[in-house]
Design a binder for this molecule. Structure first.
Ligand code: ZN
Length: 346
């Protein structure tokens, strides 16, 4: 979407229908029959389109005699945003985790109301947001090099055991293997011809860590510069066979194939959602953002989709644009189109 993009009333109505929180504060929705105006995301039942008029803001709506909705409090948007921004700044600056009551106190809201406002804006509770921020910082420090324990303390964890509690089960590789570009990890790999072109498959002993098209050893080395790369291997060949079968006949399902990926908490949440889309069905980027509890993060969901390391098995090709067009695909639209085509033929 370009900067010069101008919203039409149709766009506004679409935003109302999907209750798009990202547009709260950009306009209000007046309902002539009830005499009330709302924010776009109001949870109340949708009015009939013919009874709706859009206004720049609450003041413009009030001029025509409309009253603010008591449910979505459209005039509180700016105050809510200010409160959320202030809380985020406080969380970022604080060395210690902040109590909900403490955060609410700084904003002048009651703890329950503040929790609701914060969650509506960020998709996460304040506590979950603080946790995600600490994990994010740890990942960043780890990928920049340095000792693992330093990275852990720098990120605001109280110590290594708390860090591993948060990270365990989320990353296939251990933290120290990751900081070293896969040092100490053996990755078996192969390039195999398929009906979609040459496919690179690579796996650790925990599962497939890379599946891509038109890539070879060099690309794999770029991703895992310190890993022990071994072409082929007996156990790997058995896995490879399953992967090729899954790509050639995706309707048979591939939940049984193990995957070893790592990303940010948000990326991993998106990838988990992608795995839930049945073959033969598609979702929009907005659907995925909503499914991970961050309905406003449509663009971020698109980026997480694009950052997927394991094509097909994490079926990012099943995400299309809201208007039904295909959107992008890392390996070219013809492959996406072909994958979707073979999935709809049962
Ligand atoms: Zn409302």
């Amino acid at each position: 979407m370009s900067a010069a993009y101008i919203m039409t009333d149709d766009d506004r109505w679409d935003a109302v229908l999907r209750r798009d929180r990202a547009l709260d504060g950009r306009f209000v929705t007046g309902v002539l029959t009830t005499g009330i105006y709302c924010r776009p995301s109001c949870a109340a039942r949708h009015p009939k389109r013919e009874n709706v008029r859009f206004f720049e803001d609450g003041a413009a709506a009030r001029e025509t005699g409309l009253r603010a909705c008591k449910r979505c409090l459209p005039d509180e948007v700016a105050r809510d945003e200010g409160a959320v921004l202030a809380a985020i700044a406080a969380i970022k600056e604080s060395e210690e985790p902040l109590a909900l009551a403490d955060l609410a106190d700084r904003t002048g809201y009651s703890p329950t109301h503040f929790q609701r406002v914060f969650t509506r804006h960020t998709g996460l509770s304040p506590a979950a947001y603080a946790r995600a921020l600490r994990e994010e910082r740890a990942r960043q420090a780890l990928s920049e090099g340095g000792r693992v324990t330093d990275a852990i303390y720098d990120a605001g964890f109280s110590g290594p055991s708390r860090f591993y509690e948060n990270m365990e089960g989320r990353m296939g590789m251990t933290a120290s293997a990751w900081v070293n570009g896969g040092k100490g990890v053996t990755i078996h790999w192969a390039v195999v011809p398929t009906s979609l072109g040459d496919m690179l498959v690579a796996a650790t002993d925990k599962g497939v860590c890379r599946l891509s098209f038109a890539e070879g050893r060099e690309a794999l080395e770029g991703r895992f510069p310190a890993a022990d790369l071994i072409e082929g291997g007996d156990e790997f060949s058995a896995l490879l066979e399953q992967v090729v079968a899954a790509v050639e006949a995706p309707t048979q399902g591939f939940d049984h194939i193990p995957i070893d990926v790592k990303g940010t908490a948000f990326q991993e949440a998106v990838w988990r959602e992608l795995r839930k889309i049945p073959a033969g069905e598609t979702r929009s980027y907005a659907d995925i953002a909503a499914a991970v509890g961050k309905p406003g993060a449509v663009r971020a969901a698109g980026s997480a989709n694009g950052a997927n390391n394991v094509a097909v098995l994490i079926p990012c090709h099943r995400v299309v644009r809201s208007d039904g067009t295909l959107g992008g695909y890392a390996y070219g639209l013809p492959i996406k189109e072909e994958l979707l085509k073979r999935e709809t033929i049962k």
